[in-house]
Design a protein around this ligand. Structure first.
Ligand SMILES: Cc1cc2nc3c(=O)[nH]c(=O)nc-3n(C[C@H](O)[C@H](O)[C@H](O)COP(=O)(O)O)c2cc1C
Length: 356
């Protein structure tokens, strides 16, 4: 199967030369019109923040039938990527994610053949171009979309150690304003990067701070919907507190980001090297916990009548996986890693389930 992202090449190489796709794009099945956060879409199936490094990537995946396109997280100042490796496949571990303080997963020597059961892990450190560059490129990405397609731009603040929360909140708000000015139809704050070892990685654990960020972004974004990307939060009480706090500011929550676990090579050494011992696991291993969290979030939103959309991400590699999230009550389903090695997935999903 084709892979659009070259894992043997750097992030910069993939940014400049990707996506690696030489094939013909098959016809995308026509599907009935729907809405996503009030915007018209042909399907509530999209690409999560990650694979769409720039407008060329957005354009390819829009042509491949994904209708909610998330531009990979950008910052208020340029940031370099971590060095290689950045994206590594994992041993199957019976498809289950090991948990606990000492849990670790082993890398696989090569990608397995059956794309429906793959798990992988990424460690990029959320690189970014400077705002002037990404804003020009976001405008290009927007122009590349067709009718019934929506551009979501993911942003993150870059707090220095010891910075007061107010500075970070202002930065999220400023980024929301810049993303909207550039052409974003939805803006998403990444409150949950499992691969950065600094404060921006686990903001979602702080319900009050997340709420303040959501409200500040909403003020800056005006009529443009605001989403928050959150990570693994299996305790219902903590999830409820977070949802209560962000409702009214954010229009929706996207969950679950990659789940952080220690990543080791088969010889036991840290796969990404020093200072990058753990990283977010993606794919098959995180599907069941992601669906369970979406189900809890949807129940909480309904019980407490919160004005929030819940959007599912995590381990979708087949139409049935997407169905798990819709059955759990998700309003849209986003795919992170599988479209890299299975770019025709949206076409298959639209063929089998035009109603999504
Ligand atoms: C190459 C790559 C880069 C990613 N970078 C980001 C990022 O910049 N911001 C973010 O919120 N999530 C990022 N993610 C996480 C995805 O949005 C998604 O949450 C994760 O891949 C789980 O979905 P999956 O199991 O379908 O892969 C990235 C994922 C991949 C594959």
């Amino acid at each position: 199967m084709l892979a659009t992202y070259r894992t043997d090449r750097s992030y910069d190489w993939n940014y400049r030369h990707g996506p690696s796709f030489a094939g013909r794009v098959p016809a995308v099945p026509a599907t009935p019109a729907k809405t996503f956060l009030g915007l018209p879409v042909r399907a509530r199936i999209g690409i999560a923040a990650g694979l769409l490094l720039n407008s060329r990537w957005v354009e390819l995946y829009a042509r491949l039938g994904f209708d909610i396109l998330t531009y990979k997280t950008v910052r208020a100042a340029a940031r370099r990527s971590h060095p290689l490796p950045n994206w590594v496949f994992l041993e199957r571990a019976r498809g289950r994610l090991p948990r606990g303080a000492r849990a670790a997963v082993r890398t696989a020597p090569r990608r397995g053949a059956d794309v429906a059961v793959l798990s992988s892990t990424v460690s990029f450190g959320m690189p970014s171009k400077p705002p002037a560059a990404w804003m020009r490129d976001v405008a290009r990405a927007r122009r590349a979309l067709g009718k019934g397609q929506v551009l979501n731009v993911s942003v993150v603040a870059s707090p220095a150690p010891g910075d007061p929360p107010a500075r970070m909140i202002d930065e999220f708000a400023r980024l929301a304003g810049l993303a909207c000015e550039a052409g974003a139809q939805v803006v998403e704050a990444n409150l949950s990067c499992p691969n950065v070892c600094s404060a921006e990685g686990d903001i979602y654990h702080d319900a009050a701070l997340s709420g303040r960020i959501a409200r500040a972004m909403k003020r800056a974004a005006g009529a443009t919907p605001v989403l928050l990307k959150i990570g693994y939060l299996p305790a219902r009480r903590g999830l409820g507190r977070l949802l209560e706090s962000v409702a009214g500011g954010a229009d929706g929550v996207v969950m679950v980001n990659g789940i952080a676990v220690r990543i080791q090579r088969p010889d036991g050494a840290a796969a990404f090297g020093r200072g990058r011992a753990s990283a977010g696991v993606l794919g098959r291993m995180v599907h069941a916990p992601s669906v369970a969290q979406v189900r809890s979030a949807v129940e909480l939103v309904r019980e407490r009548r919160l004005p929030l959309a819940v959007i599912g991400v995590g381990g979708v590699a087949t139409p049935e996986d997407a169905g798990d999230f819709f059955a759990a009550g998700a309003q849209a389903v986003m795919l992170g890693s599988a479209p890299m090695y299975d770019p025709f997935l949206a076409i298959r999903i639209k063929r089998s389930h035009p109603q999504w």
